[in-house]
Design a protein around this ligand. Structure first.
Ligand code: PLP
Length: 432
């Protein structure tokens, strides 16, 4: 073969390979669903980044959840993942559950006032000073912390601190013990620890043992192995600790012990079989952020989006300094256009229009975020872009009231939890 033929062949091959590797146009304008959602936001006068929850899809997710649990366990609503009182109320009504799991002291105070019937279990151990702040900020009312609030304790040291707090308050405090069933995020990890904590609780005049909590999301996150095997290991540990505690306490074992397990990623693994716990916790699966796009939640639907207005559009991509924008867009048709959105850099992924990309070269912005998209995307200034949160617990708190989308319209605005106490703290000496 002639040398020239070889070179030409090589160039053609490289071009062919380049054409094969070159990204295809993934851009597509809003589907009917997002077009209608945008129109609903316009009609409601919205013009800033907004967190939207689709009430119908939320309802469908609650029904899915309840159909799996199917009365075999009690359901506990994970409040941190649905951080809004009216959102929680909607879930509590539709699921028929008054059980809530809380993770943040100011939110416990808000829930205790708004839902005087609630049964609150802490999802993590709190500094005793945070517990004291709950009592200082609790204005009184029908909610009875001595019966309805279950603190979570993880070590002997914390039992001692809570025993001292309960003594100083002169109040009964219900306490649950955190188990390590394989997650290794703290909690009891051997019999001696459990027995020592139970003994301390028994000796305390004001602490009342009310149950166990063992969270096991790791079982669906292992890079190798079968989740069912990991589930069985976690369940065996849980069962063991229940036996140890029951044997130790004998008649003092509470008849209505709360034995909590599960979370969104794992709750469907308990559809069949006998398990040592009596309630399952879940929250995120009801709005399904992208972190929950996992096989065990295949039948849940995304029900929450960030909607934000487009501020500016350009039919090119330009990067300051050495302008590599032209090169980027020549290679990738999904970088042919540029959009700047109102706000950005949330824990979220662009969802609609399809095919929008962040630009690593240009960088991220919480003020005006650059997104690139193909020429198939006809976005104009003031149109809406929709993103899906990767998680709900922090993202939901960043937008003010949640816009509730229901059958084509924004029908409600739900305030989210706030950090500041709504009630003036009482002096420690006044509590009790
Ligand atoms: C103790 C505990 N239980 C349950 C959950 C499950 O919450 P979700 O259903 O929102 O994943 C969590 C989440 O962090 C947790 O920490």
């Amino acid at each position: 073969m002639k040398r020239r033929t070889l070179i030409l062949g090589g160039v053609a091959g490289t071009l062919g390979l380049g054409a094969l590797l070159r990204p295809r146009d993934r851009g597509r304008d809003h589907s009917a669903y997002f077009t209608e959602l945008g129109t609903a936001l316009d009609q409601a006068g919205q013009a800033k980044p907004t967190l939207v929850v689709d009430r119908q899809l939320l309802q469908a997710n609650i029904e899915t959840l309840m159909s799996h649990i199917n009365g075999r366990f009690a359901y506990r609503v994970v409040a941190k993942s649905l951080p809004s009182l009216p959102l929680l109320e909607t879930v509590m009504r539709a699921s028929g559950s008054d059980r809530l799991m809380l993770f943040h002291q100011p939110f416990i105070n808000q829930v205790a006032v708004r839902f005087p019937q609630a049964d609150i279990l802490l999802g993590k151990p709190m500094p005793a000073a945070a517990a004291l702040n709950f009592y200082r900020q609790f204005p009184g009312g029908a909610f009875d912390p001595q019966r309805q609030l279950r603190w979570l304790l993880d070590t002997s040291q914390r039992v001692a601190q809570y025993a001292a707090l309960a003594n100083s308050l002169g109040q009964t405090m219900q306490v649950c013990i955190e188990l390590d069933v394989g997650l290794h995020r703290g909690g009891v990890s051997n019999d001696e620890q459990l027995l020592a904590m139970l003994e301390q609780i028994q000796l305390s005049p004001h602490l009342q043992f009310c149950g166990l909590m063992g969270y096991e999301p790791h079982i669906v996150k292992m890079p190798v192995g079968d989740p069912i095997d990991y589930r069985d290991d976690a369940v065996a540990l849980y069962r063991h600790y229940v036996d140890v505690a029951r044997n130790y306490l004998g008649a003092a074992w509470p008849q209505d012990a709360v034995l909590n397990a599960g979370g969104s990623p794992t709750y469907q693994l308990y559809d069949k079989g006998e398990f040592p716990f009596n309630e399952l916790a879940a929250g995120s699966c009801l709005v399904k952020p992208t972190d929950f796009d996992i096989p065990t939640l295949a039948d849940h639907k995304a029900a929450a989006y960030i909607a934000t207005p487009v501020l500016k559009t350009m039919d090119s991509l330009e990067i300051p300094g050495i302008n590599l924008g032209g090169l980027q867009s020549a290679w990738d048709p999904n970088r042919a256009r540029t959009f700047f959105t109102y706000g950005g850099y949330w824990k979220a992924k662009p969802e609609s229009p399809q095919g929008l990309l962040n630009n690593g070269l240009y960088g991220r912005s919480t003020n005006q975020e650059m997104l690139n998209g193909s020429r198939s995307i006809t976005l104009q200034p003031d149109d809406w872009v929709f993103l899906r949160p990767t998680q709900s617990e922090f993202v939901f708190l960043q937008f003010g009231d949640i816009a509730v989308y229901d059958n084509g319209g924004i029908t409600d605005f739900w305030p989210v939890f706030t950090e500041s106490p709504r009630y003036a703290p009482r002096a420690a000496a006044e509590v009790g």
